[in-house]
Design a protein around this ligand. Sequence first.
Ligand code: ATP
Length: 335
Amino acid sequence: MGLNVKNISYRYGKREIVNDVSFSVGEDEIITLFGPSGVGKTTILKMIVGMLTPQTGTIEFTGESTPENTLLVFQDYLLFPHMTVAENIAFGLKMRHVARTEVTQRVQEMVAEFQLGGLEKQYPAQLSGGQQQRVALARAIILRPKLLLLDEPFSSLDSNLRQQMYEYLRRLQAHYHFGVIMVSHDQQETFLLSTRVVVLANQRVQQVASPQELYAHPANRTVADFLGSFNYLTGEANGESFEVAGYQLSVANPDQLQGPATLLVPFLTPAALTTHGGLRATVRQVHWQPAGPTVIFDVAGQELKLRQTSFLRPLEVGEQVRLTLPAGGQLLPCQ
Ligand SMILES: Nc1ncnc2c1ncn2[C@@H]1O[C@H](COP(=O)(O)OP(=O)(O)OP(=O)(O)O)[C@@H](O)[C@H]1O
């Protein structure tokens, strides 16, 4: 079951919005289309459900997935205001002329699954945002989709309710087996839920990778910038060796860069203090946080921000220290 999107493009009038986008979705995957506002994420979903036709490229449903069992749930739920919770959930089945006894039984299953017991006769306006969101998902899941498309489904919910919805989504997927394509511009949500992420920027797919791969090896500066979790230290590359401010460390250099290059140093890098050698740095700012301080260092005029580091002692502003950074960081071309 799944979907292959190959080289699709879309233009609104003369404005090119989606350009040569390809990705696939496999069984039980959660694929997130992740990118800044206006990059065409919703447009891609609309092409998949057939609301828009790509001007180039193909969208191929595979295995058990078909256009009929592919459902799009919009951000703003679109519940029918004049129907009760039970009627909203039953609506799709009724449209498909499913027998009344089966409708009743499947609605009950959904009410139990989404913990909506007692709310069956309420109207959408009488529900909280989280409850409305559950009804919207129940209304989709009752149709037993093989592909569920979710357009920023949780963006209007607060953090606790979001966590609850993530659990629902995972549980439902394990129970009913469907692929998910989700649109998000929330990095935490994307990393938490996705099996793979399609990073979109500048009308193009910049990278398709698991959250771990994305974080460990962002394909380019655009992806790294968008993840927003890295320092960029400029120095000199020589094979798998990199030198910055007189400090040498071994790095990953997939593009075999030579000379000026940028080392990606994640904010969460486990740097350590050392008394000999190391990277000379001056402490510029210290921000206390429950999980550990964020320290901003100056490294030969370059800023280095390290978060939740387990330095063995508190650092003082103005202090000069020597840091060791783990080997294997990734190099990117200088900008
Ligand atoms: N019907 C339309 N006619 C003309 N332009 C449109 C139309 N629909 C969307 N657009 C434009 O296409 C671009 C992409 O829109 P789309 O909704 O796909 O982006 P998105 O990545 O989902 O953004 P967001 O995260 O803000 O929802 C936007 O600049 C939008 O203004």
